[in-house]
Design a protein around this ligand. Structure first.
Ligand code: A3P
Length: 335
């Protein structure tokens, strides 16, 4: 059995299983449940799998969040490179406020997750009313919510959605490592075999993985001005092209002067795995939600799955992916 590292610590708020709202406790009695990736159990709420406390964050966010037309929301499947894209988006959108060559750029002293907060995981996790007074326009948020579970105001407004996914094999390996390193200390480490079977059954964080991707893929085709569909591997392969595509989608394209001054290259350098993962804040710091920043930087490569997958696992997942994505026009890159 291959094992992954565990580092017991106080769980972040969104994983704490006590002190839940009455509404949430009642729901837990009736929702389908399975073995948890991080906590003891994972529950199926509105068709996706999530941990108990997050359910109350989802409910509060759906009831209260009022999207503005100028908002930008990054939506990702967990472990698809959210941290990277948060950094890229923050640097891109704020390049007038925080010039990219500035010595004390916020990304040098804060982890991207503290600059671009999650809606259901952070801002609404306790059902609280967040204070948006410190947000500058355009407001930048992120979420892992499936399309159908987004707050209605997000779907109805002109809010732009940037969607990021990653090939299922690397996503799975990254999720297995991450969830074991966050796993609540009284629980055993999850084996790769057991979690792979759950992933294939669709039981993964915010999964089923394929439903999440296909719903946003469809929206991106039907509403190309609202949803931009990005893939981790494509950004790795053609970073400049993808960053410029992102800037155009967000209606803040790079000027010729900016390109000539190296702004595009500098954003990519600042947000690169090598640069971010070696910053003091990301080697020794913690998020305001409690996680160690270094947990969000592991290898940052395409193809790490090869170090873990057996032929049988590869074949099984291929078969599922073929079935699920057949006819969609979507293709994943694995190397
Ligand atoms: P690995 O576990 O494969 O290394 P998320 O940010 O959605 O939680 O995803 C985490 C994954 O993105 C991890 O993958 C992590 O190493 C990788 N990652 C983090 N920052 C990155 C960056 N700047 N460039 C590329 N990959 C990055």
């Amino acid at each position: 059995m291959i094992t992954s590292q565990t580092s017991p610590q106080i769980p972040p708020k969104y994983l704490q299983e006590d002190d839940l709202s009455e509404e949430c406790k009642k729901l837990l009695f009736i929702l389908p449940k399975e073995k948890g990736w991080i906590g003891s159990c994972i529950y199926n709420y509105q068709g996706f799998w999530t941990s108990p406390r997050l359910i109350q964050g989802v409910i509060a966010c759906q009831q209260q969040f009022q999207a503005q037309d100028s908002d930008i929301i990054l939506v990702t499947t967990p472990k698809s490179g959210t941290t990277w894209l948060k950094a890229l988006l923050f640097a891109l959108i704020n390049r007038l406020l925080h010039p990219i060559f500035e010595q004390n750029h916020p990304l040098l002293v804060k982890n991207p997750h503290d600059l671009v907060p999650f809606l259901e995981l952070k801002l609404y996790v306790d059902g609280q009313v967040p204070n948006f007074s410190s947000f500058t326009s355009p407001r930048l948020f992120s979420t892992h919510l499936p399309y159908a579970s987004l707050p209605k105001s997000v779907q109805d407004s002109r809010t732009k959605l940037v969607y990021l996914c990653r090939n299922p094999r690397d996503t799975f390996i990254s999720m297995w490592h991450f969830s074991n390193s966050l796993r609540l200390h009284h629980l055993d480490t999850n084996s790769i075999e057991e979690m792979f079977d759950l992933f294939c059954k669709g039981v993964s964080l915010y999964g089923p993985f394929w439903n999440h991707i296909l719903d946003y893929w469809k929206e991106s085709i039907e509403k190309p001005d609202k949803v931009l569909f990005l893939m981790y591997e494509e950004i790795k392969e053609q970073p400049k092209i993808q960053l410029k595509r992102l800037a155009e989608f967000l209606e803040c394209p790079f000027s010729i002067e900016e390109e000539n001054c190296g702004v595009v290259d500098e954003i990519l350098r600042l947000c690169s795995f090598e640069n971010l993962s070696n910053l003091e804040v990301n080697t020794n710091g913690k998020l305001s939600t409690g996680e160690e920043n270094k947990m969000f930087f592991r290898r940052g490569e395409v193809g790490d799955w090869k170090n873990y997958f057996s032929t049988k696992m590869s074949e099984k997942l291929n078969h599922i992916i073929e079935q699920k994505f057949q006819g969609s026009g979507l293709r994943f890159l694995y190397t």
